[in-house]
Every structure is written in C-alpha cells, then in structure tokens.
Write a protein that binds this ligand. Structure first.
Ligand code: TXA
Ligand code: MG
Length: 340
C-alpha cells in the first residue's frame, strides 16, 4: 500500500479524502495537539481491527474515542456526572480523556471489552473538521508501532506506518508532545491514570484528585492495572534508556565520566541544555517542563536515527506538566533509574 502524506492547509481536498477513506473502513494518520493518532470509525469493528494490526497492538488495550461535539459524547456514555461536564467545559477541546461507563453502541474491539470508554475532544482544527465531515467519532491510539515513542510529527508517523496505511494528514509538529491526561472517577475522586498537559493542580479545582499508583511506579506482576496500557513496556526507542536523577549539572557530568568507560556501546546523553556539557555526545530536550514534554519523544527518535545503543537521560522534575514527562521516561527506561 502506498502511504500519502497531505497537508490540509495546502491541499484543500485532503480532509474530504480522509473522510472518504474513513467512511470506507480505512485508517488514517491524524494530527492532534498531543501526539499524532491512527484513526478509524469508532463504530466499525472491521476498521478498528486494522488499527491493532497496523500498530501490532495487544487487543485488550482499549482505544480513546475522539469527538467533535457534545452530542457524540452522549451517544457513547450512559450517564455524564456533573463533575465530568464541568471538566469537559473547562478543558475541551483539549488534552483530557474522560473515562465513563459506556453504552452498547461501543464495539468491544474499540474499548477492549471493558464496560467503560475513554472520550476526548481534541483541539486540532484539522481533526475536529475531519470528525465533523465523517459524522461519526474516531477511535485513535497514538500512531506509533506499539511500544515505541509516540509520533509528534507526520514524519514520525510515516516512519512507523509507511506501507501500512493509505493516508497521513500533516498538521505540523504537535503543540504539547505527550499524550492526553486520562482520568476516571472513583469514590467521588478524580483519579489520574495517565498524566498529561492537564495537571493534577488544574484538575484539583474541580474536586479531590488522586494519582494512580501506576503513574510513577512499576506495578508488581500480580497487580492488575486499571488502564491496560500501563502494563506494557512503552515509549521506548531501540536504544536502551537509563534515567539519571542528578541534583546538578556537575553531578550528572561526574556520573557520565564514570560510566563512560564501562561498556563499548554507542552511548549518548539527553540533557536539559548545553550550558555545562558532559564529556559524551548528547542532545538537549529543554529547560522547562513544557519544552521537555514537546521534545522528549522527538529526541528519543532522533537518537535512534543517530545509531544510539544506550541513552542516559537527565531526569526531569515531576512537578506540574513534568509529571507527564517523568511518567513517560520511567517507562521508556523500563524503570531503570539511577540516583546520583
Ligand atoms: O493524546 C492522546 O490521548 C492520544 C491522541 C491520539 O488522542 N491517544 C492515545 O491513545 O494516547 P493510546 O491508545 O496510545 O493510549 C490510550 C490509553 C491507554 O493507556 C489505554 O489503556 C487507556 O488510555 N484507556 C483507554 N480507554 C480506557 C478505558 N476505558 N479504561 C481504562 N483505560 C483506558
Ligand atoms: Mg500510545
């Protein structure tokens, strides 16, 4: 299959072409403000199965459904509690996925056979327009091969999906760069299953917030995750990732001095900035939590293309948006964390 990449801002027919493909049960790469998604008609088991096939994704891992208006939400879920309505009005369109009990209309292929469904209204204009033109909501996971870093540009999607899907809509680089915040409600609390651009503090204005244990730690093998996606090794480049918690640049650089001679793998550092560079080839991913969120996945992919075999990443702060960066990085590192 030939994979076309079209930019709807330059090619006016691109969104109509995408809608036509989706109506015919094909799957299409779409831009969102978080990461690129791989979209299918959420109501079509045949189309949704193509997503799992293209990604190599385990079929028990549920997909998020993307909507463009509130009527679509009501069509999908049995009841929308007040707090959920308030959260949607505050954060939609945007990077918040809300899990609620679902109606039978949601096929088991889409929600992994659970009795709930995660829904979000993305902020990207191209994708909102596309959903409107389709007239049905779009199930879409991140558009990467299962397990690898999520794509934040159409080039990343092309790299992973070339030959597997007919079309990618190019909407430029993703604004935020990490996947949406995923929440559920338990005992009247807002429970964060996956941190993202919508932070615990922002959610805290709407009720008591609890952060699921799996967000910052590994579950033991006998614990069952609420969000099936958290049990898989995730976001990993081909290179082995080690997360290094260092209190200062000097501290990090001393650590690099020591490990430099340990094995003869092709090693790189991924650090915040180049003010005090380590004695090792490196890339930077930014000083602020927002920059780090935007650049992390792109830099991990970049290091892969440079032939890295081992990457030592300076650990980010886990405050605010940093919690999302930290959460992705501990998974990319397979929980291999060194404190120095
Ligand atoms: O920003 C995003 O959320 C991106 C863009 C494309 O919208 N999508 C995305 O989808 O990250 P995906 O499939 O890569 O991640 C969805 C996560 C998985 O960890 C999955 O297990 C969880 O959300 N999830 C989805 N539906 C769920 C449900 N009903 N109950 C529990 N967890 C759910
Ligand atoms: Mg994903």
């Amino acid at each position: 299959m030939k994979t076309e990449v079209l930019n709807p801002n330059k090619d006016r027919g691109a969104i109509l072409l995408a809608a036509r493909l989706l109506k015919n049960d094909e799957i299409v790469g779409i831009p969102t403000e978080t990461v690129y998604g791989l979209a299918a008609n959420a109501f079509s088991p045949r189309a949704v199965n193509k997503i799992f096939e293209a990604k190599g994704r385990p079929s028990d891992n549920p997909l998020i459904i993307h909507i463009s208006n509130y009527d679509m939400w009501e069509e999908l879920v049995t009841n929308i509690p007040d707090v959920a309505k308030k959260l949607a009005h505050e954060f939609w369109p945007g990077s918040l996925t809300i899990i609620l009990p679902c109606k039978n209309i949601v096929p088991r292929e889409t929600n992994g056979g659970l009795n709930t469904v995660g829904v979000r209204m993305p902020r990207n204009k191209i994708t909102l327009d596309l959903i409107e033109k389709c007239g049905f909501p779009l199930a879409a996971p991140s558009a990467n091969i299962s397990g690898s870093p999520s794509p934040t540009s159409s080039d990343h999607v092309y790299k992973d999906m070339n030959g597997r899907i007919p079309l990618i809509l190019d909407g430029g680089m993703c604004e935020f760069g990490l996947e949406s915040t995923v929440i559920t409600f338990s005992d009247d609390k807002i429970k964060i299953l996956r941190p993202g651009a919508v932070t615990p503090k922002m959610l805290g204005r709407f009720g008591e917030v609890e952060i699921d244990k799996a967000v910052v730690s590994a579950l033991s093998s006998d614990e069952k995750p609420i969000s099936p996606g958290t049990k898989y090794m995730h976001y990993s480049p081909n290179a082995e990732v080690v997360m290094v918690k260092a209190t200062s640049d000097e501290n990090f650089n001393n650590f690099i001095e020591k490990i430099k001679l340990t094995d003869n793998k092709k090693k790189y550092a991924l650090i915040f900035n180049d003010k005090i560079p380590p004695d090792l080839d490196y890339l930077t991913y930014g000083d602020t939590e927002e920059e780090q969120a935007k650049n992390l996945f792109a830099m991990l992919r970049e290091l892969d293309s440079m032939g890295a075999e081992k990457i030592y990443v300076r650990a980010p702060s886990s405050e605010g948006v940093g919690l999302a960066v930290y959460n992705r990085l501990i998974r990319a590192a397979g929980f291999n964390i060194i404190e120095t």
